[in-house]
Design a protein around this ligand. Structure first.
Ligand code: GLV
Length: 319
């Protein structure tokens, strides 16, 4: 494409959590201009020169100012924060897929798995009692892990867990035939994928089909000593049943990074349970990277040339 044909890319930015300055600087290197909503705009005015948006949890009233939006780029791997409110139709919504974010997520999951496998929940109790008692972890081959979700991040996690010697099962929405693990798919096979595992990990997105997909019945299928790790979305778990399972030692422990309502309400029982480690949705923190800025530029170029755009969301699936 010649310089003449390159259309200027002007984006509107909205996020309460991400740094506007960092994104502005990294995008400028790609010749992309970033403007902040609502600070840089007059309300009730149309801005036809804005052709894209870079957002986390955007307010629905911002869209009406931008009649020529072509791409809405999520500031996270998930897009539920965009889809949950009315948004302009006929526009490509893109999830963020960046090795920096995927690696952080994978590291968080590995850390959590190792904490469970090496019995950190039990040692927390021992510490309170000043109890010097050495516990022997199960053989890694016997400590079976079930991963719910089979997207790019899950595949990275699986690769790393296999390398460490764990036994892995995975469950996804669609039929596939991965060579290295036992794979299950569809609602009918969910229970089989969880049965007899020691650790259940959810990397599921928030969609209408994943709502409350995990609850007491699923926890009861796990082995006697068992753990739940949630780094996907809070809506996928029945939180009342999760609390019951933790209270009743149906689950030995849980490591939770996502919740039904965030920030987690101060009255939630989860704050006070001794067998829960919690973090405030930080398993993967989006950084303003050159990788993401280049990919966004490439996607605008692909759009102008009617070529394939990467990381596009299927609005019917919701991810
Ligand atoms: C975080 O939750 C993300 O969607 O990247």
């Amino acid at each position: 494409m010649s310089i003449k044909e390159l259309k200027p890319i002007n984006l509107v930015f909205y996020s309460k959590w991400d740094s506007y300055e960092k994104w502005r600087n990294v995008l400028l290197k790609q010749n992309i201009k970033l403007f902040m909503w609502p600070k840089d705009f007059n309300l009730n005015t149309l801005y036809p020169n804005i052709n894209g948006a870079l957002v986390w949890d955007p307010p629905e009233d911002m869209w009406q100012s931008f009649p020529n939006l072509k791409i809405i780029q999520s500031l996270g791997a998930g897009v539920d924060h965009i889809l949950k409110k009315p948004f302009p139709k006929g526009i490509h919504i893109l999830k963020l897929s960046d090795p920096d974010l995927s690696n952080q997520m994978a590291e968080y999951v590995l850390m959590s798995v190792l904490m469970c496998h090496r019995k950190f929940f039990q040692y927390l109790v021992h510490k309170k009692k000043k109890d010097w008692n050495q516990l022997i972890p199960l053989d890694k081959k016997t400590f079976t892990i079930t991963l719910l979700g089979y997207g790019a991040i899950s595949k990275l996690v699986i690769k790393k867990l296999l390398y460490m010697g764990f036994n892995i099962k995975a469950w996804g929405k669609n039929k596939r035939r991965p060579k290295n693990i036992k794979y299950y798919y569809g609602k009918d096979q969910l229970k089989d994928s969880i049965k007899d595992s020691s650790c259940l990990i959810s990397l599921l997105p928030a969609t209408s089909t994943t709502n409350n997909i995990i609850g007491l019945a699923e926890f009861k299928l796990l082995n006697k000593e068992c753990y739940f790790i949630n780094v996907g979305r809070g809506n996928t778990v029945n939180e009342k049943e999760l609390i019951y399972a933790l209270n009743d030692s149906i689950l030995t422990g849980a490591i939770l990074d996502v919740f039904k309502k965030e920030p987690l309400h101060k009255t939630s029982k989860l704050w006070t349970l001794n067998n829960v480690y919690m973090t405030p949705h930080i398993a993967g923190i989006t950084n303003a990277t050159n990788y993401s800025a280049c990919l966004l530029k490439k996607n605008f170029e692909a759009l102008n040339q009617n070529k394939k755009i990467s990381n596009i969301v299927d609005n019917t699936n919701g991810y």
